[in-house]
Design a protein around this ligand. Sequence first.
Ligand SMILES: Nc1ncnc2c1ncn2[C@@H]1O[C@H](COP(=O)(O)OP(=O)(O)OP(=O)(O)O)[C@@H](O)[C@H]1O
Ligand SMILES: [Mg+2]
Length: 271
Amino acid sequence: MQAEIQNEEDKNIQETLSKIKYKIAILSGKGGTGKTTVTVNIAQTLANKGFSVGVLDADITGPNIPLMFGAEFEQLSTEDNKIVPIEAHGVKIISMEFLLEDKSKAIIWRGPMKIKGLKQLIADVKWGELDFLIIDLPPGSSDEPLSIVQTIKDLDGMIVVTTPQEVSLLDITKSINFAEVTNTPVIGIVENMSGFVCPHCGETTNIFKKDGGKNIAEQLSIEFLGAVPLIPAICVAGDVGKPAVLVDEDSESIFLQITEKMEEILNSKDS
Ligand SMILES: Nc1ncnc2c1ncn2[C@@H]1O[C@H](COP(=O)(O)OP(=O)(O)OP(=O)(O)O)[C@@H](O)[C@H]1O
Ligand SMILES: [Mg+2]
């Protein structure tokens, strides 16, 4: 009986995922590098270009996607026994946060429960036809992101987010290893928090050094998708629930370049 339910669930997952053209996970070797920021802004850039885009907040213990899209108080509804994703700024989003009664309470789930919850977020969601599903993974390369990727299977690729310091760069090798173990191609590296341009004098200060991500991409023969400087508007936008690309021209052009590079790489793999 248990096996039957599981098969049914796996079938539902495969059916849902088969309607999605590209499934891309955003990961990093450790927390706080800007995965959610990169997820939100790539997704919004794709939506602005006219693609149908979904975001799956797979960070079950620390879901931040609803907040960054200004959708944290939205209520989920169902249609044909499936959960309808929340639409924010033209992007469909789904997160465990929407299922929580008390959003200030921490989610303390043991491993198998997390995966069960996540499976439901995929199998029971009415994503419909999507061009892109961008998946925000929990930090690191531990069991949790691993089982998430194994649940989703058939990812088209991963984007690794790093900051430019040596310690963060060390973590890239873990992410690459993670991609190998899960049989997922690495689309490329994004270097976040790459220098700070003073809004008053225009001078750049490389707070966390610079070009570390770019250099390591070269060393490992991985594509470099682009660098995102520390931009106050990115932080403010995240807090007020609007992707920075909607409110800040610099962010818009930086993420447009990153997204177009990503599209180019995906297209070249298709041909
Ligand atoms: N380039 C940037 N400029 C300014 N602020 C940034 C930038 N990138 C990220 N931030 C801010 O840094 C904080 C951490 O970013 P974010 O939540 O995207 O990281 P994360 O890798 O998803 O973290 P976690 O591992 O906890 O999920 C957020 O407040 C975000 O707004
Ligand atoms: Mg995050």
